[in-house]
Design a protein around this ligand. Structure first.
Ligand SMILES: C[S@@+](CC[C@H](N)C(=O)[O-])C[C@H]1O[C@@H](n2cnc3c(N)ncnc32)[C@H](O)[C@@H]1O
Length: 226
């Protein structure tokens, strides 16, 4: 746990450069957001948002009035995200919440949504988690708490990692090293929570990138029990 805090603490300022974004991981967020397919005006929760590498794509997809609520436990990662927001002039469309996802409070998320939108019931239309649920140790709790912030029939997408397959298996050691360096559990397969909680198996969409190392799964969610 302490190592994880350090990794996304002091390492935050180097994350965008050292995380393999251009070479490997951008492809996953692009595929995931395409599958999630948020619409104009939607409210999207970015769970474990890190430095905000999803924001530009999400804001473009939800333009002109959609908003993003970025949630992360690391104040250092959020500081980088906030600088990105300020630099890009996104203050009226993105709000950051510092929270452990496993203790996320839906009323806090609702307040941020209502504040940004100037009204409404505060529930989000969509949920995105890229490369975060494999790092979050209490992932089931985090997942359920994020679901509780969504409206009925909301859509969600989980983008995460597994060992590559087929010909690409030769790159498995590299993939495992990348995951270990980031504190991710390459065996977690967090998209299974989404497949389990989908309203209907026919709503599940899946894409793989980089030899299967990156998996993106999106679906419409079944309503949560009150
Ligand atoms: C590999 S980074 C992914 C960041 C971002 N989603 C992306 O696609 O670049 C994992 C992120 O999860 C965050 N994280 C880890 N455990 C968390 C928790 N329990 N609650 C909230 N965020 C957490 C870390 O601080 C880090 O920013």
């Amino acid at each position: 746990m302490a190592a994880l805090m350090r990794r996304y603490g002091v390492g935050a300022r180097w994350y965008d450069v050292l995380s393999g974004e251009r070479l490997v991981y951008r492809a996953g967020r692009q595929a995931g957001i395409a599958l999630l397919d948020p619409g104009p005006g939607d409210v999207v929760i970015d769970l474990g948002c890190g430095t905000g590498l999803n924001f530009a794509l999400l804001l473009a997809a939800t333009a002109p009035s959609g908003v993003v609520i970025g949630i992360d436990r690391s104040s250092e990662m959020l500081a980088v995200a906030q600088r990105r927001i300020d630099r890009q002039g996104w203050r009226d469309r993105v709000r950051l919440i510092r929270a452990d996802a496993a203790e996320l409070r839906s009323d806090e998320v609702a307040r941020a949504v209502i504040d940004l939108r100037g009204g409404g019931d505060g529930r989000a239309d969509a949920l995105l988690a890229t490369y975060s649920l494999s790092v979050i140790t209490e992932r089931e709790e985090a997942w359920q708490r994020a679901r509780a912030c969504l409206r009925p029939d909301a859509r969600a997408c989980i983008v995460d990692m597994q060992p590559p397959h087929g010909f690409w298996r030769v790159l498995s050691p590299l993939a495992r090293l990348a995951c270990a360096t980031g504190g991710a559990d390459i065996a977690a397969r967090p998209w299974r929570m989404l497949e389990r909680d989908a309203v209907d198996p026919s709503s599940v969409r899946r894409a793989e990138r980089k030899g299967g190392h990156i998996v993106a799964v999106a679906a419409t969610l079944a309503a949560t029990r009150p």
